[in-house]
Design a protein around this ligand. Structure first.
Ligand code: KG4
Ligand code: ZN
Length: 388
């Protein structure tokens, strides 16, 4: 059967169509179309997502994207192109969520098909099994439980214990800012564009490469063929040792996180630097050094808490998902942590951010779990604070 899924929880309008078969233990999916319309450029001048604008854009984009998606799936001429519709009902921005929900209800009525509401965070969990353009399987028999999911996005930072898909227990979460939110806010302090995660990450990687090159040059000496060392290479040309940021709650006894203090530490650091030199942020080296120290602080905290949870719950598989899972350094450190011990799942780069494909996967699994019954449309509403 075919499922059409809709995602409008934040600043991406997504519609996908999947051909699904199999049972709840082993389900096969074929991607017929997967469309995404990003509003990043529209929100960038505001330095974050502006809810009223997001709603307006979703309303405008949804019918256009539907036409394009049906065409891509070669279903535009069909009177009843799909058999089921799934839609994100929360968490997220309520005005944005409502646009997708109302649209999904209209389609369900028009085509006389059942409708399934989906938790966006469950979508991120299952996103690790998806593939952008191919066929893929969700084979729960091949997955070893218990699973620990680290969900890191613009709105959430959660450690979730999973003993079976559909059964989730949040064992730790952020008490203030989400990891992605901290990346975005620190990027703004460094006068970098929105969304800040990829920008910070780029600068941090540059700083890391510089440091490892300098270490190598220091070790091999300046006359090593191909060495690009400057005469002053022994005086550190990076500022990394000059900046040290806190790792809030890293050693607290629970699995909770806090990123607001870290963000404030960057704010004070930038303020102090600007007092000495108002043009300090024109200096790329300074920005690279701050970006790396900030990324180190976030990643070390995430990895440390994940390690503790792995030990306490005897975890067999680790899922890292949500927008921040696109972070290369996080991936590298998670690989180190789980090497030869746990199976590690990360989503395809295309599925790390918000998308409708992941909503389709959950929608179909939920439909199977409900004896192929939908949910009464009048019961489906936007729930901005919906939990797993
Ligand atoms: O899951 P997502 O697309 O949207 C929400 O549901 O919130 O996550 C978006 C977040 C943004 O805060 C963005 O800055 C962050 O993911 N992000 C990154 C990277 N790519 C995206 N953070 C760190 N490193 C990245 N490479
Ligand atoms: Zn998300």
């Amino acid at each position: 059967m075919k499922i059409l899924s809709i995602e409008t929880s934040c600043d991406e309008t997504g519609i996908s169509i999947l051909e699904c078969s199999g049972n709840i233990k082993n389900t096969s999916f074929k991607v017929l179309a997967n469309s995404l319309n990003s509003q990043i450029k529209i929100h960038a001048p505001y330095g974050g997502v502006f809810p009223a604008l997001a709603k307006r854009e979703h309303l405008k984009n949804l019918p256009i994207l539907l036409g394009r998606t049906l065409k891509k799936a070669k279903l535009e001429k069909s009177k009843k192109p799909v058999d089921l519709v799934a839609v994100t009902s929360g968490p997220g921005l309520e005005p944005a969520l409502w646009t997708g929900i109302v649209f999904a209800k209209e389609l369900s009525k028009k085509w006389n098909i059942p409708i399934i509401p989906v938790n966006h965070m469950e979508g991120h969990v299952l996103s690790v099994f998806g593939k952008g353009k191919e066929k893929f399987n969700v084979d729960t028999k091949k997955t070893t439980f218990p699973i620990l999911a680290l969900l890191v996005s613009g709105g959430h930072t959660e450690l979730v214990l999973i003993n079976n898909f559909g059964k989730y227990k949040i064992i730790g979460e952020t008490l203030d800012d989400a990891a992605g939110e901290a990346f975005d806010k620190v990027a703004r302090m460094l006068e970098l564009p929105y969304p800040g995660g990829p920008e910070i990450s780029k600068l941090a990687e540059r700083e890391r490469r510089k440091i490892s090159k300098e270490k190598l040059e220091h070790f091999l000496g300046p006359r090593f063929p191909g060495s690009l060392s400057r005469p002053d290479h022994k005086k550190s040309s990076n500022f990394s040792s000059a900046f040290s940021l806190p790792r809030p709650m890293m050693y607290s006894k629970n699995f909770d996180f806090s990123f607001s203090g870290l963000k404030t530490a960057v704010l004070y650091l930038v303020r102090d630097l600007k007092e000495k030199d108002s043009n300090i942020l024109q200096n790329d080296k300074i920005k690279e050094a701050i970006a790396m120290e900030f990324e180190n602080a976030v990643v070390e905290t995430l990895v440390h808490k994940t390690k503790k949870a792995i030990e306490q719950y005897n975890i067999k598989s680790v899922i890292v998902a949500g927008g921040v899972s696109a972070n290369k350094y996080l991936k590298k450190e998670m690989k180190k942590l789980t090497k030869n011990k746990q199976t590690l799942y990360f989503p395809d780069k295309k599925l790390s951010g918000d998308n409708a494909l992941m909503i389709g996967i959950v929608g179909y699994l939920k439909f199977l779990g409900r004896d192929k019954k939908g949910v009464n449309p009048s019961k489906i509403k936007a729930e901005g604070g919906l939990r797993l």
